[in-house]
Design a protein around this ligand. Structure first.
Ligand SMILES: [Zn+2]
Ligand SMILES: [Zn+2]
Length: 417
């Protein structure tokens, strides 16, 4: 027997209704917020993710699913959704159309890491990117799309926010942080030595207890913001409050990816019984389009891991309603297959969901089966019914059973299904 690859999961039929619900919610949001869908390939040139702008991140360093193909090209399975969308935005000149360009995707993502609970090598993300706008309204709208997604599943997360400032603030803060960290460097982990040179902000994010302890007393980013950035961040916080969204200013939030500027955010469940749960996040990356060779274009976006959300709902005991979609089971007790097949076909043409006797079961076991698969109605057809032109129809939830003219069946179903 051939087994599934480590860190991957089958989406089984018993769980498909959950995924269908996710897609349904996303489609509804795309309508309400006027988002257009984009889909980019699973694999891209490795250089799309390993950029030459001097930034580095753990995902890029350690976790990418990279291989050389038969044409000797370095290929990477996309570790996240944004870079591919930005590549496509530039390559297809989407920025030449009217701005903003508001996009969403549901995409598989790949990270080569040690599989552990909730950490998969292949997972799926619902993501959103808004190109061309850098306004309070576009910030809030992005947050609201994600927030409405959570709310559709009965989740009310707290949003953890931080403000990395404009390029000037960010660069000044990097220097402030370097100056602070330098005397402690000998005690710090190897990764932080690299970060010190390449992107000192990531030091704030280090998981090593020694580093964590050192940065506790580091100068805070928000203490180094310019007036313009300060006002922008205050307006954003006030707007969140007036929208009734719970927020926390988390001065250490920098996010795992390095292309963020300005605003970063994470959606978190603060329920201590479950441990802090990051349910998704994003931010602004106003330099990314330019750094990938496009015309300078501000972008804000987020990504939400779907498997993560489904696991979270399961742990919280929140159920996704399962819709009963089978309208009719046609139980047959006749050799006149021609009649049965045509009858079923006519019901489907009218839009009803129909199942029938594909397994040559007896009439009795057909009723049992119809009950098991949750059919709302069973229509029983034998030779007598065909000759009389009257069919027996049973409402499976009330048990009520009546005979009606076969010509009236569709009208009856339309009224009662
Ligand atoms: Zn600034
Ligand atoms: Zn460290």
């Amino acid at each position: 027997m051939i087994n599934i690859q480590k860190g991957t999961k089958d989406m089984l039929p018993k769980d498909s209704y959950k995924w269908q619900r996710v897609r349904e919610v996303v489609m509804e949001l795309s309508r309400k917020y006027n988002l257009k869908e984009i889909s980019t390939p699973v694999f891209e040139s490795t250089e799309l993710f390993v950029r030459s702008d001097g930034d580095s991140s753990d995902i890029v360093n350690k976790e990418m699913y990279t291989f050389t193909d038969k044409g000797n090209r370095s290929i990477t399975l996309k570790p996240e959704g944004t870079a591919g969308v930005v590549r496509s935005f530039i390559e297809n000149g989407l920025g030449n159309e009217i701005l903003p360009v508001k996009l969403f995707y549901i995409s598989p993502c790949y990270r080569y890491e040690k599989p552990q609970a909730g950490r998969l090598r292949e997972h799926h993300q619902f993501g959103c990117e808004i190109f061309g706008a850098n306004t309070l309204a576009s910030d809030i709208e992005t947050i609201m799309i994600a927030y409405d997604f959570y709310k559709a599943f009965g989740i009310e997360p707290t949003i953890h926010i931080n403000f990395l400032g404009c390029d000037k603030c960010k660069n000044e803060y990097k220097e402030t942080l370097r100056t602070f960290v330098e005397p402690h460097l000998p005690e710090m982990c190897e990764d932080c030595h690299k970060r010190y040179n390449v992107n000192p902000l990531r030091i704030l994010d280090c998981k090593s207890p020694i580093c964590k302890d050192i940065v506790k007393s580091a100068p805070k980013m928000n203490e180094c913001l310019c007036d313009k950035c300060n006002t922008k961040f205050d307006d954003f916080k006030n707007m969140l409050t007036s929208m009734g969204i719970k927020w926390v200013h988390d001065t250490k939030l920098v996010r795992g990816l390095d292309y963020y500027t300005d605003l970063v955010f994470e959606f978190v469940d603060d329920d201590v019984t479950l441990g802090q749960n990051a349910l998704g996040g994003g931010g602004r990356y106003d330099n990314l389009v330019e750094s990938l060779g496009g015309k300078a274009t501000p972008v804000i976006g987020f990504g939400i891991g779907i498997e993560r959300i489904l696991l979270y709902l399961e742990n919280k005991g929140i159920e996704i309603p399962q819709k009963n979609t089978l309208d009719v089971y046609v139980a047959s007790n006749t050799d006149n297959e021609n009649y049965i097949i045509k009858f079923i076909s006519s019901l489907r043409k009218k839009g009803f969901g129909v199942e029938s006797n594909l397994m040559d079961r007896s009439l009795k076991s057909q009723f049992k089966y119809a009950d098991k698969i949750g059919a709302k109605f069973v229509i029983a057809i034998g030779d007598d019914e065909i000759n009389e032109n009257k069919l027996t129809i049973k409402n499976m939830s009330t048990g009520e059973q009546i005979k009606i003219w076969s010509n009236d069946i569709e009208e009856y179903l339309e009224k009662n299904v």
